[in-house]
Design a protein around this ligand. Structure first.
Ligand code: GFB
Length: 315
């Protein structure tokens, strides 16, 4: 039985912070059917790293609820290369928004984290209670520390002030609106671009980073948005909730699948001089499934959709 709706969205003013990002824009699309009023603010209106600007904007706009999807994000190389940006920017954004939400009586807030919050060698599938039971993966510990701080902030405001602030931890996401820049992107958009360009060039191979053996779980951003709306309406609790597909595949298998979807018939070569990152991070989906939510976009269909979006964005 799905959880009951305890926080209906109809008629409410909902701020999607980070509405230009892949997840934020998916949440905006998903909210169309909820008959709520969606409010957004671009970087030119409010710099989320500036406390004074966030406080002033929130006091003026008075949202009823917030999806905190604003973050500095990137793939393994970006995380490893810009640790100060990933730690500082994310701490500032989440701290400013959560504090201002409390100060302005925001009734509900959903904070979005990431599966990299869990220990590098966490037992698989990773349950929510694995948090803070072991050392983090070094390539993304800066981002992970910021996201753990966000979970703890939401919990602290709940414990001290009774605020209904919750956290969702999505697995590796992909989809429309992704970043396809080869230096800073996650693996999925990088593989789509590499396979596409190899197809056009008539190349023999694409080269993937690392050994190809790490396993990753992928979820389409539209499924993630649906889960976030579900949790906003139906979940109130201190513990964060994993948002995943429940399945993982190796990076080599993913590369072969992407090549197939894109229509590139060449081979896949590995580059072990590049980092693998964490060996595996399959999250347990039990908690969210137990509430009655399931993903609906199959991996192959989601990749085809992301590829169509990539082609349209290039046209
Ligand atoms: O998606 P990704 O950059 O991040 O890389 P993480 C996943 C795996 O794909 C790694 C491999 O083992 C990469 O070495 N890979 C193979 C590639 N080819 C490529 C390529 O061309 N580009 C990229 N980017 N990877 C991130 C974290 O970790 O996951 C973030 O750094 C965040 O903090 C995010 O948590 C969800 O899955 O390793």
């Amino acid at each position: 039985m799905p959880n009951e709706v305890i926080f209906p969205l109809e008629g409410k003013r909902i701020w999607v912070a980070g509405h230009r990002g892949m997840v934020g824009s998916a949440i905006v699309r998903r909210l169309v059917s909820e008959r709520c009023e969606v409010i957004t603010a671009g970087r030119e209106v409010v710099d989320l790293k500036r406390q004074d600007q966030v406080e002033a904007w929130m006091a003026r706009e008075k949202p009823d609820a917030i999806f905190l999807a604003a973050a500095k994000v990137g793939g393994i190389m970006a995380n490893d290369s810009y640790p100060a940006d990933f730690l500082y920017d994310n701490l500032m954004i989440e701290t400013n928004i959560i504090q201002a939400a409390h100060a302005n009586g925001v009734a509900k807030l959903l904070f979005l984290g990431s599966s990299c919050i869990y220990p590098k060698f966490a037992q698989q599938p990773i349950r929510e209670d694995s948090l803070l039971t072991g050392a983090l993966e070094p390539t993304n510990e800066w981002y992970a520390i910021a996201k753990i701080a966000g979970i703890k902030l939401a919990q602290a405001y709940r414990k001290q002030h009774g605020a209904d602030f919750i956290s969702a931890m999505p697995t590796n996401l992909y989809g429309q609106g992704d970043n396809f820049d080869l230096n800073s992107s996650h693996v999925m958009p990088a593989l789509i671009r590499k396979a596409h360009e190899a197809k056009l060039a008539g190349a023999d191979n694409i080269t993937i980073w690392g050994t190809g053996t790490p396993r990753r779980e992928f979820l389409n951003a539209d499924d993630c948005a649906d889960a976030c709306v579900f949790l906003m309406k139906a979940y109130s609790g201190s513990e964060h909730v994993n948002v995943g597909s429940g399945d993982d595949i190796t990076i080599l298998e993913l590369a072969q699948l992407v090549c197939d979807v894109v229509g590139f018939g060449g081979g896949v070569v590995t580059d072990p001089s590049k980092p693998d990152g964490t060996p595996r991070k399959l999250m347990s989906a039990d908690k969210l499934r137990g509430m009655g939510w399931e993903p609906s976009i199959a991996l192959r269909d989601g990749i085809a959709d992301a590829y169509r979006w990539f082609l349209a964005a290039q046209a």
